[in-house]
Design a protein around this ligand. Structure first.
Ligand code: B12
Length: 512
């Protein structure tokens, strides 16, 4: 790597790799890396964002862009299922520009670093060590945790031998406190083509935002249970959230907002926040339609009422299962009754409910799948989806599993002794690890002592078909990815839906 002078701001290229496994990649933009972009802009660094979401020829686009970009530092974001594409993007950057420096941040490196620390504490050298070494081979600098401040240390680290920039510890000054989160600039949405992301809530054009960070619960399938970034609740003031809604409305005209907080109702100020959102609509002389997630056992009739008043017409909840035993094995904390009650509270005020269900937990059987189907038919949500669990790094199902046969990793929920087995997979190359082929069938890489992977897939398909038919819920349509056409490898400027750069006078407006 050549020597960089990273004390003087130079152009940084931030890259959003595609999510080839999603049915439609241009629904919600990736907000995390846009928070990093906003931090850089506020500090005076020119930034460009290469948004590869939805492009099948993303490697070619990367090579062509990198060869002509002024940037020499390329910083990528990634979740685990994006890793196969992310690895290809990193290779394309290196191919086009061997002296480039690469930085990787986001949920995947954060979770791998957290799992690595867990192994180190136990004097183990297991899967996290291997995964971390794989990342080290692909990238110059690995960032764990919140990126708003860590990006500056990462840029400095490209000149040194430092590989890991670890912001994922509450003792790190780079770990955002609620106060720092509140002060940090909102995502630099002007650096992506927001118009090309299409979503509607009840007919209102919508975009997404994050009002708080972290979920303190410990569900077995969920990533980040050992990662403070994903676990610690960090809240923003109601005013700051309301200001962001106002900014999004006035700047882009949105009246629909999807809150991507893990659970809106872990926020003790939820009633105050909803009242403030009502006042904002009065002030603007408009009305909003909102959508977000709540945790079932914390959901109350009062919350339902105030959320409806603020504009919520759709709620999503990870109910996961209709089987009390499976809810226990997940360590879900919500009971079957809590789940049913949450649906009733929402419906009683006129809100629709999307039930997020999953199969493939420890102890899953034909009977527990039947229980899940029956709960859906009884609770009658307005919509649902039902996935098959994949054990990915950073989740208890993965991190606490032991290799019980070559290539088979087994997690046991200690209280009941129920087990889940997962096939070893290289998530750096297996792209359909998570959702399977959108046009035909899921793939399961897990099985229990009572049901095989193939049976899980068949049971999932049958459940989905029967519940959709009986509750009259149509299947979701899928949208195809596109190929960016250019003639004979000669590339002019990339269109705005792929590349956007900061213009000095347009830097992100800071929260007032
Ligand atoms: C919104 C969301 C989605 C949305 C939108 C995704 C999108 N386009 O952004 C949808 C519904 C599409 C979605 C889908 C999926 N999701 Co999702 N999703 C989330 C959620 C709830 C919020 C993400 C977010 O915006 N966070 C807030 C921002 C500020 O945080 P952030 O993205 O982590 O970014 C910060 C740091 O990571 C870091 N950072 C990020 N990038 C970079 C880059 C650099 C260079 C640096 C320095 C730092 C840095 O700095 C950022 C600012 O602090 C998270 C859970 C969570 N609470 O974070 C799960 C989460 C990211 N999803 C997850 C999963 C598993 C999925 C799916 C696989 C689900 C499925 N079965 O299909 C798919 C895969 C999607 C994908 N693209 O990979 C996992 C990922 C676990 C993993 N191992 O990677 C998470 C962590 C949930 C969990 N706890 O298990 N998801």
């Amino acid at each position: 790597m050549s020597a960089f002078n990273t004390t003087v701001p130079e152009k940084i290229c931030l890259v959003i790799p595609p999510s080839v496994f999603l049915l439609d990649e241009r629904v919600f933009t990736t907000l995390g890396i846009l928070k990093v972009a906003a931090s850089l802009e506020v500090a005076g660094w020119p930034v460009e964002v290469l948004d590869l979401s939805g492009f099948t020829n993303y490697e070619e686009i990367t090579r062509l862009h990198v060869a002509q970009s002024e940037a020499r530092i390329f910083a990528l974001t990634t979740t685990t299922p994006q890793m196969p594409a992310t690895a290809n993007v990193a290779a394309a950057v290196r191919e086009a520009r061997p002296d480039a420096a690469t930085i990787i941040g986001g949920p995947h490196p954060t979770l791998i670093a957290a799992a690595l620390k867990y192994e180190q504490k136990q004097n183990l050298e297991g899967r996290a060590h291997k995964a971390f070494h794989q990342l080290e081979k692909m990238f110059d600098v690995i960032v764990a945790g919140d990126g708003e401040d860590a990006i500056f240390e990462a840029i400095a680290a490209v000149e040194t031998d430092q590989v890991l920039v670890d912001a994922d510890s509450s003792s790190s000054p780079m770990f955002l406190t609620s106060k720092r989160l509140d002060e940090s600039p909102w995502p630099a949405r002007h650096l992506v083509d927001l118009e090309s992301y299409k979503y509607e809530i009840e007919g209102y054009r919508a975009t997404s935002l994050i009002a708080q960070l972290g979920c303190p619960f410990n569900c077995g399938f969920c990533g980040g249970r050992q990662s403070p970034m994903l676990r610690r609740i960090r809240t923003r003031t109601s005013k700051n959230i309301i200001d962001e809604l106002e900014f999004l409305h006035l700047t882009y005209g949105y009246r629909g907002f999807m809150f991507y907080d893990d659970e809106l109702n872990v926020n003790k100020d939820i009633v105050q926040l909803m009242d403030g959102i009502c006042d904002l609509q009065d002030k603007l002389g408009t009305d909003f339609r909102l959508r977000g997630f709540v945790k079932a056992e914390l959901f109350t009739a009062e919350q339902a009422e105030v959320m409806y008043r603020a504009g919520f017409r759709q709620l999503l909840t990870g109910f996961e299962s209709g089987s009390p035993r499976i809810l226990e094995n997940i360590n879900k904390k919500a009971t079957r009754d809590d789940n049913s009650r949450a649906v009733e509270f929402a419906k009683s005020v006129g809100m629709k409910v999307k039930a997020l269900m999953s199969l493939g937990h420890p102890g899953e059987s034909h009977q527990t799948v039947e229980d899940t189907k029956n709960w859906l038919l009884e609770a009658e949500p307005d919509d649902f989806d039902c996935t098959i669990i994949t054990t990915y790094p950073g989740s208890p199902y993965y991190d606490h599993a032991l290799e019980t046969k070559p290539g088979i990793w087994t997690y046991e929920y200690k209280k009941t002794g129920d087990r889940l087995h997962a096939y070893e997979l290289d998530y750096n190359v297996t792209a359909d690890y998570y959702k399977g082929d959108p046009d035909g069938g899921y793939k399961a890489y897990v099985f229990s002592d009572h049901i095989s992977s193939e049976e899980l897939v068949a049971a999932r398909d049958a459940l989905e078909k029967e519940v959709r038919e009986k509750l009259n819920i149509p299947f979701n349509p899928s949208a195809a990815s596109v190929n960016y056409e250019h003639s004979m490898g000669q590339m002019g400027p990339l269109p705005a839906n792929i590349l956007r750069a900061s213009v000095p006078e347009q830097t992100q407006r800071k929260a007032a």
